[in-house]
Ligand binder design. Structure first.
Ligand SMILES: [Zn+2]
Ligand SMILES: [Zn+2]
Length: 70
């Protein structure tokens, strides 16, 4: 993993599936589910993402942080 800056705004602090803090316990079940499912929350700001299912996967959009595809 590359070194990142100390800019807190770019650090993922929220679980993108359950919306809890990533530091709050284990998110093993979330990680397992996320292999198959699109994210529900933005990992950076905890906003609910607008999820679109595509023929080849999905696209999740945060109004603040833009699109994530999988
Ligand atoms: Zn979680
Ligand atoms: Zn966001």
């Amino acid at each position: 993993m590359p070194l990142t800056t100390s800019d807190a705004a770019t650090a993922a602090v929220w679980c993108d599936r359950c919306g809890d803090a990533v530091t709050a316990g284990s998110h093993g079940a979330c990680a397992a589910a996320r292999v198959l499912e699109p994210p529900r929350f933005c990992a950076y700001c905890r906003r609910r993402m607008k999820v679109q299912v595509l023929p080849a996967g999905w696209a999740a959009v945060c109004v603040e942080h833009g699109e994530t595809r999988g």
